[in-house]
Design a protein around this ligand. Structure first.
Ligand code: B12
Length: 211
């Protein structure tokens, strides 16, 4: 079994100590942190997602896998920090109302912060009104919204409407993401940017910031 397969298995089974030593071993063997993240930790959550759908894994096991994945991420965190520490703008980021998934949102927040953005994390289950309030309060340049459920994606549209109603839509570039979100959805709801992963999110934010 390859190192990445072993990493995936230990995330899936929620074996935290084993995962921590495997991640460290991967680094010691010279694998880049980004590779361990993508091919090990994130790939593991994809397997977990399929098993969840097929009812081979249930909520408590998925939660345990998620916590194990996050523990592995902690080792990689400083190594994923690529930033030049020059502030590129302020980003308010949160998971939309009705949605509690925050692993992807946290990853995007972490990489944006390491790429020099000032990140204000609004948390999970954030209502359109709360997003508007945070954007107003911080004078944010960007708003990032995450949704992992098809049923919560419409909250993004409602938040865009709330920003328009509050008269601040033009002041902020809105980025959307999360597993079910696509470029097509972003275009349909009138968001300014979409990214499929945390690395792409930085690229899109920098491009929008340069406009
Ligand atoms: C872990 C998990 C959970 C955990 C969440 C723990 C946590 N703290 O987040 C728990 C167990 C709580 C959970 C609960 C539920 N879940 Co769940 N969950 C998952 C799982 C397995 C992994 C998600 C994950 O963390 N992926 C890893 C991260 C790194 O990836 P990501 O989130 O996609 O983020 C990346 C990109 O999308 C992007 N991105 C993300 N956000 C943003 C934001 C911006 C601005 C940008 C630019 C980019 C960006 O960058 C990220 C990093 O690269 C997924 C399956 C899957 N493969 O997605 C199901 C999944 C999302 N869950 C699902 C379901 C159904 C549920 C429940 C309804 C189950 C239930 N019956 O109760 C509940 C809903 C709870 C709620 N109200 O939110 C379904 C959704 C189906 C659908 N079509 O809507 C999925 C797809 C599983 C499945 N195949 O059935 N879940």
């Amino acid at each position: 079994m390859s190192l990445f397969d072993t990493i995936k298995e230990s995330v899936e089974r929620g074996r935290k100590d084993e995962l921590l030593s495997l991640v460290q071993q991967g680094l010691d063997d010279g694998h880049p942190a980004q590779e361990i993240l993508q091919q090990g930790l994130i790939a593991a959550m994809d397997v977990v997602g399929v098993k969840m759908e097929q009812e081979e894994m249930f909520i408590p096991e998925v939660l345990r896998a998620a916590k194990t994945m996050e523990a592995g991420l902690e080792i990689l965190r400083p190594l994923l920090a690529v930033g030049d520490l020059q502030v590129s703008g302020t980003v308010v980021i949160g998971t939309v109302k009705g949605d509690l998934h925050d692993i992807g949102k946290n990853l995007v927040a972490m990489l944006l912060s390491s790429a020099g953005f000032e990140v204000v994390d609004a948390g999970i289950n954030v209502t359109p009104e709360a997003f508007v309030e945070k954007v107003r309060e911080t004078g944010a340049d960007f708003l990032g919204m995450s949704a992992l459920l098809t049923t919560t994606m419409p909250q993004m549209q409602l938040t865009l409407k709330a920003l328009s109603d509050a008269g601040i839509r033009d002041q902020v570039s809105v980025l959307v993401g999360g597993a079910p979100v696509t470029q097509d959805w972003a275009d349909r709801i009138g968001a300014d940017g979409y990214a499929s992963d945390a690395g792409a999110a930085i690229k899109v934010a920098k491009e929008l910031g340069a406009l």
